[in-house]
Design a protein around this ligand. Sequence first.
Ligand SMILES: Cc1cc2nc3c(=O)[nH]c(=O)nc-3n(C[C@H](O)[C@H](O)[C@H](O)COP(=O)(O)OP(=O)(O)OC[C@H]3O[C@@H](n4cnc5c(N)ncnc54)[C@H](O)[C@@H]3O)c2cc1C
Length: 260
Amino acid sequence: MTIVVLAKQVPDPEALVEVRAGGTELQIEQKFATNLFDEYAIEEALRIKEKHGGKVTIITLGGPKATELLRTALAMGADDVLLLEDPAFLEGDGYATALTLSKAVATQGADLVLCGRQAIDDDRGEVGPMVAEFLGLPHVGAVMKLDIGDGAARAERAVEGGREVVEVTLPAVITAAKGLNEPRVPQVMGVMKAMRAQIPRTSPADLGLAPSDIGKAGSKLKIERYFTREKRAAVKFIEGTPDEQAAEAIRILADVERVV
Ligand SMILES: Cc1cc2nc3c(=O)[nH]c(=O)nc-3n(C[C@H](O)[C@H](O)[C@H](O)COP(=O)(O)OP(=O)(O)OC[C@H]3O[C@@H](n4cnc5c(N)ncnc54)[C@H](O)[C@@H]3O)c2cc1C
């Protein structure tokens, strides 16, 4: 079984994020991690390979640092990786990203494409369904249990108040949700092998894509503005007995804040 996993490197949850002057771009501290939902997708692909045989290829679109994600996936047990790295791929919206990824998937002859249900940075949850659309494949979203059969898969999804079980013909695009599995920790030997691996790269021309189809030029969406949440005022603790605290609270509301 040929399985392709689409995985994205996202800012580490601890990374500092600020809106740049002008409001249309973000300044993000250069600390990265593999998107959590994509770790579930990688783990599921490896488990399917271990049970049914086959090959797992991880594809990412990103900058040079995205090699870290690919090396981690190799250390976990992936067979092949592919980095889509080129200046023309940059600053793309979900449409341009999904178009590019779908062209890369098409070169692999996949029986199954696994993605995360959403990337935790932009949270759009759009790339998986769009890749399915570009490839003309069925899509099952937010899957919590997956069983592969002969030419078809059985998937369970969480729905309001319960679960939905669906059967889908393969090839298909499946997006992974929390609860699908517990991603493995790479073993030392795997890490050492991954550190020595050559990371193959693909250019737009290799995928038959013109610069006008991809990245910023191929995007259909334009960010108008980012807003940050307003900072809350510092909390003031009132000392004293309950009666003194109540009296002081009323004084602040009436005399200082003037809301009563
Ligand atoms: C005008 C515009 C400009 C942008 N410019 C940039 C930019 O310069 N740099 C930037 O990083 N982002 C940029 N973005 C955000 C970028 O478009 C999003 O990363 C993309 O739309 C995917 O959305 P998402 O991250 O919410 O992914 P989702 O749709 O939530 O991702 C779902 C799943 O798709 C897969 N996936 C998503 N992206 C990738 C990827 N790159 N490689 C492999 N698999 C993937 C993963 O499995 C992921 O779990 C821009 C967006 C817009 C609208």
